[in-house]
Write a protein that binds this ligand. Structure first.
Ligand code: NAD
Length: 431
């Protein structure tokens, strides 16, 4: 039977879902409406539906008409791809109005909103899924398999370094993410992927978190300290920005122009702010230590201004070590093809037995974004149900445990103290 979908938040990420729904999952799914605060962006999404996907336009509703949309369109599932700060609002209302929810990561941005989502799930009995595409990347699934099968015995410690580059990493500092109230900072917005991977790989959940870090590279004060004297607020129309390698020119890219520049008149949102401007209050340099319920420890770092993008992770266990290096192609959100997002440039997964020859693990990567994980995630979300020995479909509990590491990290940044994750929300209420 076909399921009916509506989507709220028609920005850069939305097409990943609505495009797949109307192109690849016609038998199982029907997309019936868009919702957003911005009519111009919804109209552009409808234009893409017609021109790129040869699909008829669908109804559009402004954000304050969300309830009317649910009453009229009667969807089974609401897809939430709005600004992070607003996820909980749509998740909770959709559940209350009898729908299931598929939400983009991070599920939400703080402990109070996490609790409110969990309470709504318990109250309504409806479901929330979080779209952790990285779990589905074949190399990440393979790491889970190696650890699950005891190839390096019990894992005692993990070293995990995530590198964001001067294109994609910088993009968080041009957009709404630069305000912590919108995104929870990179420890929540971005690291939710990474903390979810550790939970998934080790099949455990976080116990205690200590974090340190700050804004060291981006932001006006840092640029001034490095001797910069000329500044601009946004790239569009700025002479200054023409020579700034960190600037993005919305008018030069028809997709970015239609989605953001032409839509500004409605909500004032500027997607091309200077990364060396005022008002950035998220960190770009982060170090985190986590102790897990199974006693494993994690040392993690995230830096957002590096010459390459990807990650290096090593696992130390009772029978040996696994070393992984994955380099991704650089991209900026909505700046190119969806299938280029997180596309692999190179990867290596090496097992070093405690007493034996090290060997490279063969991994067949798939086509598509995030190392071939994106098409697999879409199949799992919208295709016919299939058994998955790795249980990659992420529930609200996975959504909560991954953000709570970052939320605890944010508290630790404020207080300088380690934070117990169990103190953040009422886990007795988590079913
Ligand atoms: N898993 C991934 O790889 C991945 C990649 C990119 C983005 N994302 C997630 O997708 C979500 C959207 O990110 P994006 O890059 O598309 O951002 P975006 O800025 O391009 O789009 C956000 C959309 O939300 C709308 N919006 C803002 N406030 C709203 C409100 N109160 N009510 C309804 N709509 C509102 C905006 O008008 C805009 O259309 C974020 O949660 C982000 O974390 C995930």
């Amino acid at each position: 039977m076909q399921k009916k979908y509506v989507l709220v938040g028609t920005g850069g990420r939305a097409e990943f879902f609505y495009g797949a729904l109307v192109r690849d999952f016609k038998e199982t799914s029907r997309l019936v409406a868009f919702c957003d605060i911005n009519q111009t962006r919804m109209n552009y999404a409808n234009q893409l539906l017609e021109e790129k996907y040869h699909h008829a336009k669908i109804n559009t509703y402004l954000a304050n008409e969300f309830d009317q949309m649910i009453a009229k369109e009667k969807p089974d599932i609401v897809i939430v791809t709005t600004v992070d700060r607003t996820h909980h609002k749509y998740i909770i209302r959709a559940l209350e109005l009898g729908c299931d929810v598929i939400t983009e990561k991070p599920m939400t941005t703080d402990a109070e909103k996490t609790q409110a989502i969990i309470d709504a799930i318990n109250r309504t009995g409806n479901q929330v899924r979080v779209t952790f595409n990285y779990r589905y990347a074949p190399h990440n699934t393979k790491i889970r398999e190696l650890i699950r099968d005891g190839v390096i015995g019990e894992v005692y410690s993990v070293n995990f370094e995530w590198a964001l580059d001067t294109q994609h990493g910088a993009d968080y500092f041009r957009r709404w993410h630069r305000n912590k109230a919108n995104s929870g900072g990179l420890l929540v917005h971005k690291s939710t992927h990474h903390f979810d991977l550790v939970n998934f790989w080790l099949d455990t959940s976080p116990d205690t978190v200590y974090a340190t870090g700050g804004l060291r590279f981006y932001g006006r004060e840092n640029a001034e300290a490095r001797g910069e004297t000329k500044f601009y607020q946004r790239a569009h129309g700025s002479k200054q920005a023409e020579t700034d390698p960190f600037a993005i020119q919305l008018a030069d890219n028809p997709h970015l122009k239609a989605m953001y520049l032409d839509a500004e008149k409605e909500d004032g949102y500027q997607r091309d702010q200077s990364v060396f401007g005022d008002g950035i209050n998220i960190e770009d340099t982060l170090g985190v230590m986590v102790t897990y319920k199974n006693k494993a420890i994690l040392t993690y770092s995230l830096n957002a201004y590096l010459p390459w993008e990807g990650f290096i992770v090593s696992f130390n266990g009772s029978k040996g070590r696994i070393e992984v290096q994955v380099r991704e192609h650089s991209y900026i959100n909505s700046g190119g093809s969806k299938s280029d997002e997180g596309k692999l440039a190179e990867k290596s997964v090496r097992v070093l037995p405690m007493f034996g020859e090290p060997y490279e693990v063969e991994i067949v990567e798939g086509e598509g974004g995030h190392g071939g994980g994106d098409p697999l995630l879409l199949q799992d979300l919208f295709g016919l149900p299939e058994e998955d020995e790795f249980n990659r479909a992420a529930s609200h509990i996975d959504g909560a445990t991954s953000i709570l590491t970052g939320i605890a990290g944010n508290l630790s940044l404020q207080t300088g103290q380690p934070v117990k994750v169990d103190h953040l929300i009422d886990f007795n209420k988590v079913k």
